[in-house]
Design a protein around this ligand. Structure first.
Ligand SMILES: NC(=O)c1ccc[n+]([C@@H]2O[C@H](COP(=O)([O-])OP(=O)(O)OC[C@H]3O[C@@H](n4cnc5c(N)ncnc54)[C@H](O)[C@@H]3O)[C@@H](O)[C@H]2O)c1
Length: 267
């Protein structure tokens, strides 16, 4: 219940999916949570959900690609809670209808991908760091993706920018470890959120279940619990690491499904 007691946490993309779940779970562990999203009504709903469960929330709009907006988000958090201990740079993604293969990629979408995933992570951290250092340290949690670890037939920008987020995580950890600021990344696999359901046809979603070692897809809470751990002192000796939370999507040999037929039937 008290793993994050009186810590101030700021979560971007908290109007929906994983970001909302992470904010609710951090609040349930005693954190004061600032929730930010570009969708005002969605993020206000997250704030209401937290407060009706007995937590304390500050809901605000932000565009994480706009430095002025990011600076205001951080200032408002510190003004409200007097400190900043945890930052989740959660917003990200690309549009799979524009982010295609190398030759058919829309270059404007590539630039947008860099802004939304990489620049936003860099900016959020840059504005939060001085407050974390002043408070004696902190934890930055970046949302990457398993897409940053593998090649794919489309979304060439998405893989590249998530790989960049993983590397950014390591450099931030190296550069600010001496200031007791930890920085880790979470790489979700397939997680049932609006982002997944809106972007993938149903047959692809069903196919993802077969790719996992576990026979189900992730929930936003599955990722949120990992973020709570990374925000808390339980992870005080962990920095610069990538936590792959993917139901075993990336650990299975590609030959495994085909080789199943070579086994005698299970008794
Ligand atoms: N859902 C998955 O399967 C999955 C898998 C791997 C990685 N991810 C990563 O998780 C993050 C998305 O989270 P989700 O799955 O909960 O998606 P989601 O669509 O449920 O939530 C994303 C939120 O980000 C907000 N947002 C979008 N652009 C913004 C901007 N410029 N400024 C501020 N807010 C903005 C949206 O309004 C929305 O509320 C991304 O970084 C994505 O790459 C998701």
């Amino acid at each position: 219940m008290d793993r994050l007691k009186d810590r101030a946490a700021l979560i971007t993309g908290a109007g929906s999916g994983i970001g909302r779940a992470a904010a609710q779970l951090m609040s349930a562990q005693g954190a004061l949570v600032a929730v930010a999203d570009r969708d005002r009504s969605a993020v206000e709903e997250t704030g209401r959900l937290i407060e009706s469960a007995g937590g304390r929330a500050l809901a605000m709009t932000v565009d994480v690609t706009d430095e002025g907006s990011v600076a205001d988000m951080v200032s408002a958090t510190v003004h409200e809670f007097g400190r900043l201990d945890v930052l989740c740079n959660h917003v990200g993604g690309t549009n799979p209808r524009l982010d295609l293969d190398l030759m058919r990629l829309d270059m404007a979408e590539f630039d947008r991908a860099v802004d939304l995933n990489v620049r936003s992570t860099l900016l959020g951290t840059r504005h939060a760091l001085p407050h974390m250092i002043q408070g004696g340290g902190g934890s930055v949690i970046n949302t990457a993706s398993v897409a940053g670890l593998m090649g794919d037939v489309l979304q060439i920008s998405y893989g590249a920018v998530k790989a960049a987020v993983i590397n950014l995580t390591k450099s931030i950890a190296v550069q600010y470890g001496p200031d007791r600021v930890r920085c880790n990344a979470v790489a979700p696999g397939a997680v049932v959120t609006p982002a997944l359901l809106d972007n993938l046809p149903q047959e692809v979603v069903e196919g993802l279940k077969r790719t996992n070692a576990l026979p189900y897809l992730g929930s936003p809470e599955d990722i949120g619990h990992t973020m709570v751990f990374l925000a808390s002192d339980e992870s005080r000796y962990i920095t610069g690491q990538l936590f792959v939370v993917d139901g075993g999507m990336t650990i299975q040999s590609p030959a495994a499904p085909g080789r199943k037929a070579m086994l005698p039937p299970r008794r």
